[in-house]
Design a protein around this ligand. Sequence first.
Ligand code: ZN
Length: 68
Amino acid sequence: MLDNEPTVCPQCGRPLIEIDYYGEGLIGCADCNLWRKNGEEHLKSLTEEDLEAWSLSNARHKAEDTSP
Ligand SMILES: [Zn+2]
């Protein structure tokens, strides 16, 4: 990761999170729905369907996590 990559959302100042979007890493803000690919500056918004699918798969990952 580059040192000059912003780690907070330029719009709301919240910390950026990384999600797995169809096998690609996207970094962005869930509140503002602004995302960009790792290493790219191009911002994109995800559709509600995309976000829903992501949170569902994310929840499933968490459910499969059987840490003691
Ligand atoms: Zn934001």
